[in-house]
Design a protein around this ligand. Structure first.
Ligand SMILES: Nc1ncnc2c1ncn2[C@@H]1O[C@H](COP(=O)(O)OP(=O)(O)OP(=O)(O)O)[C@@H](O)[C@H]1O
Ligand SMILES: [Mg+2]
Length: 492
């Protein structure tokens, strides 16, 4: 449902306090004006700069007094009609007790004479007194149809606007942008290239997302061939994402939780998955959502989730999720992170958008237990240290990448991860020394963090799917588990 449709419903049902959260007030105002005209409702708007305007004309002497603005709504009432007063950016005035009181009275009185107060603001900041008196509506980001309209409005020649599949690619690129951002992106693309192209829009979108401070768009060239091993994980995700849905009721893939010691390729996997299945990868930085003001973090979380939904189909990556939501168990920040975590969990459960979520973690003990419940993800995968064949595949990738002679003698790589093989090759190339020598600078994580690797394996055993071969991950019998970290895991 669009903003106008929802607003119309609430006004008809005589909700006299409506808060519209919008970053595009001009656009929202236009939609409200059109609705009022269609329904024959009286409309007045107020902002501090222009004072009161009724039916588009400024009311002389209405001034910048917000209290007078609230009271003016009664003058609009008609015996048998509906009147709407839109107060722009009124959240700025709600720290005054007088104004809060005046609003409370107006909203209750409005039920009698059908006068409705709409607050239009970029955030939702309701004081407790008003919480139950307002309904909150979100001004949604434009959908594909609206974006297509905007593009048509900007292109003046038919040759400037792509058609068919090319138009689809432009709309894919523009989804998640506000109307204004889309307009700017289309115009800039026209100025630069003489036509609207997806590449120019992606570039602008990347910048627009960076400004949110919490979302980053990853566009890399790497696909699954950049990762050695992990065959079960690769084929699971590819199948889940590329399998056509039989019908509308078929489930959508939700995502996977990846667990492993550091350096086993979790982050790299997320990034290459996007390219592999042709979806953009969004990286959510949960730390960037934290705000210093009351309610700000929750507000930003909501906004980020909205942008993510609008960017579907996409892959969403949340790296080191146990650190991201540390504190979700209660202590410390007066419950902010546990509320954000709650918001995120319910989104994970309820979202109907085509967003495939990949979360990574390397410490389960810090992960809130609700998280791993199986219905939130399609699967939980454990990425163990690579086995012999996998390591050979990884060596091959990096020997190639760093132009190192393939026949060179290789160091003992028992207990090495992919990251360590890469580091060894990189150092050999950087310092121009043989692999045997650069290997002396590599300290495998399975040795430095033997205990945590060990407990991770124990936890994952029987609980997670193996990323390496199909089926459930089972660690070797506990009798030799101690020895196993100091031995090549592939040798048994
Ligand atoms: N199986 C693999 N094949 C190829 N490269 C790998 C593999 N595993 C790890 N690497 C390389 O090692 C580096 C570190 O990997 P990555 O950052 O993906 O690990 P991670 O599991 O996310 O680690 P952390 O838990 O520390 O975040 C990357 O450059 C990645 O390409
Ligand atoms: Mg990582």
């Amino acid at each position: 449902m669009t903003l106008t449709e929802r607003l119309a419903e609430y006004v008809r049902a005589c909700f006299t306090g409506i808060w519209i959260e919008s970053h595009e007030q001009q656009d929202a105002l236009m939609a409200i004006a059109q609705l009022c005209q269609r329904e024959d409702w009286r409309l007045a708007t107020w902002n501090i700069e222009q004072g009161l305007r009724v039916a588009g004309t400024v009311v002389e002497g209405s001034g910048s007094d917000p209290l007078a603005a609230i009271r003016s709504v009664n003058a609009l009432a008609t015996p048998d009609g509906t009147a709407i007063l839109v107060l722009q950016n009124f959240h700025r005035f709600l720290s005054s007790a007088e104004i809060v009181q005046a609003l409370m009275q107006q909203i209750i009185a409005g039920k009698q004479n059908r006068t409705i107060v709409v607050i239009l603001a970029p955030v939702v900041q309701l004081p407790v007194e008003l919480e139950k008196l307002f309904v909150v509506l979100e001004h949604e980001l434009p959908d594909r149809e609206q974006l297509a309209e905007i593009a048509q409005g900007i292109a003046t020649e038919p040759s400037e606007l792509p058609e068919g599949k090319d138009l689809d690619r432009v709309l894919d690129a523009a989804s998640g942008l506000t109307r204004m951002e889309a307009e700017n992106a289309f115009s800039l693309s026209l100025v630069r290239h003489g036509r609207i192209t997806p590449d120019a829009i992606w570039e602008l979108k990347t910048q627009a997302l960076q400004q949110t401070g919490s979302l980053e768009l990853h566009r890399g060239e790497a696909d699954f061939s950049s990762l050695g091993g992990l065959s079960a994980l690769k084929s699971f995700c590819k199948r889940a994402l590329l399998q056509p849905r039989r019908n509308e009721r078929s489930p959508r893939p939700r995502g996977v939780l990846l667990l492993s010691p550091p350096g086993c390729g979790k982050s790299q996997f997320c990034k290459s998955l996007g390219h592999e299945v042709g979806r953009p990868v969004l990286i959510l930085d949960v730390g960037g959502l934290m705000g210093s003001l009351v309610g700000q973090s929750e507000q930003r979380t909501r906004q980020a989730l909205r942008v993510i939904d609008a960017l579907a189909p996409c892959v969403l990556m949340i790296d080191e999720v146990e650190k991201a939501f540390a504190g979700a168990n209660g202590s410390g920040d007066s419950g902010v992170s546990s509320r954000m975590f709650g918001q995120f969990l319910s989104w994970l459960n309820d979202h109907t958008s085509d967003v495939f979520v990949v979360c990574t973690a390397n410490d389960v003990s810090k992960l809130p237990p609700e998280f791993g419940r199986s219905e939130r993800f399609d699967a939980l995968f454990f990425l163990d240290l690579p086995d012999r064949n996998e390591k050979d595949a990884i060596w091959a990738i990096y020997l190639d990448q760093f132009s190192i002679d393939r026949d060179q003698r290789r160091p003992d790589d028992a207990n090495w991860t992919g990251a360590e093989i890469k580091a060894c090759c990189r150092l050999a190339a950087l310092l121009d020394v043989p692999l045997m020598q650069s290997a002396q600078n590599v300290v495998p994580v399975a040795v430095t963090a033997a205990e945590s690797v060990d407990s991770l394996r124990t936890w994952a055993s029987g609980r997670c799917l193996s990323a390496q071969q199909s089926g459930i991950y089972q660690r070797a019998g506990s009798a030799n588990s101690r020895r196993r970290v100091s031995r090549d895991p592939s040798s048994n």
